[in-house]
Every structure is written in structure tokens, then in C-alpha cells.
Write a protein of this length. Structure first.
Length: 216
């Protein structure tokens, strides 16, 4: 088939991950597997997630319901169409500015990431939204403290107390995320002797690696 295989990995769920050099090669491989082994195997090309962008300092009257119409009307030079912008949520950081996160396609991202946009009477900056959410209560990833259903866990030593009450020294730090990973994957050998705030944390690095599955 003249297809170069970069990676061939057996996953825990019984599936096999195959990586090739190009999109054309992986599509050809998918077609060949399904045509020759359709009764026994099923091949699917992994679909990348759509990128998310954050629009900074939006006016008070802008909501997730009217942001797309406002963008289209005030920025006709961008060539955007209805349906290109999928508004997700608004958040307000410590500086009190209102920021809005949207999901877009790769083509729309390339247009928006290069320019500032007009919204109301303001010129707003746009960047990739790549923040990592870590719960302040249980110190785990992918949810916020107000949605947490877990027990309070210190981010330094994984103990059942608040960060400010932690008596641990750096040499006794323990990451709750890496410890949980080892619990479910006893054959894996990763370091847990660090806090869950450590930027070099293996669990954090794995989460960042996951972002490569975004269609930039």
C-alpha cells in the first residue's frame, strides 16, 4: 500500500492505535482495512477536536446568544458565515474583564487568530484557549471546585487538609493525580514525589499532550 506506519500501539480497551505520516495515508489504510476485514475489524480515522478561542474584554451587552451575529455584522471583512462560531461560556477573571470562549473550525481559527475584532465600541483581542482546569478542592483535573464531588485533597502532599494547613516538606510531597494513575495502572512506573502544582508533573504533561488532538 506504500503507507508508512509511525506508531502501532495496543490500547487498554482492546483497540489498536495506528499513526501514519499523512492524512491521505491514514484514510487509505482505513479504507483498505474496512474493505478486506469488514466482518472482523472496524477502522476509524480519529477526528480531531475543534479548537477553542478566548475573546478578551467583551462589552457587558454581549452574550453567548448574540456574539456570532455581532461578529458577522461588525466584521464583514473576515468573511465569516453563520455557524462558524459556537459560543461556549463567559468567565470573569480577577481583572473583572468579561472574556468569552468559543469553539471554531480550523479555518475560522486561522482567520480570527491573526486579527483583532470589533465588538460594540471595543476592539477585542483573540487567543487560543488552552487553560488547564484543576479543582481547588480535590486537586484533580478537568473540573472546577463548585462541580467537585470528591474529598478535599491537599495539592502538596495529597493529604485530607487545606493547602495552608499542610506541614509537608518538599521531599515528602505527593501528587494525587500520579498516585491515582499508578493505582489503576500498577505496571506503569511514574514519579509521584512532587506536588500536583508542579509544571513538570507527568499527569499534567499527559493532559497537555492530549491537546495535540486539536485540529489547529
Amino acid at each position: 500500500m506504500q503507507v508508512g506506519i509511525n506508531k502501532f500501539k495496543l490500547l487498554n480497551n482492546g483497540k489498536v492505535l495506528i499513526e501514519t505520516n499523512t492524512k491521505q495515508e491514514i484514510e487509505a489504510l482505513e479504507k483498505d482495512i474496512n474493505s478486506k476485514c469488514g466482518g472482523d475489524l472496524e477502522a476509524n480515522v480519529h477526528k480531531l477536536r475543534k479548537p477553542r478561542l478566548v475573546i478578551y474584554n467583551i462589552p457587558e451587552d454581549i452574550t453567548t446568544n448574540n456574539i456570532e451575529d455581532t461578529l458577522l455584522v461588525q466584521n464583514p471583512d473576515l468573511g465569516l458565515n453563520k455557524g462558524d462560531i459556537d459560543a461556549k461560556f463567559i468567565y470573569v477573571p480577577k481583572n473583572k474583564h468579561r472574556n468569552l470562549v468559543v469553539k471554531v473550525g480550523a479555518w475560522t481559527r486561522k482567520i480570527l487568530i491573526k486579527t483583532k475584532i470589533k465588538i460594540g465600541w471595543q476592539i477585542c483581542k483573540i487567543e487560543d484557549y488552552v487553560t488547564m482546569t484543576r479543582c481547588f478542592n480535590c486537586s484533580r483535573f478537568n473540573h472546577r471546585h463548585h462541580d467537585c464531588k470528591g474529598e478535599e485533597t491537599c495539592p502538596l502532599c495529597a493529604g485530607s487538609h487545606k493547602l495552608k494547613e499542610c506541614p509537608a516538606e518538599p521531599w515528602s510531597y505527593k501528587c494525587i493525580n500520579c498516585a491515582t494513575y499508578i493505582k489503576h495502572n500498577p505496571n506503569k512506573n511514574i514519579c509521584t514525589n512532587h506536588s500536583s502544582l508542579d509544571k513538570k508533573c507527568p499527569s499534567l504533561q499527559a493532559m497537555l499532550e492530549y491537546r495535540k488532538n486539536t485540529d489547529y
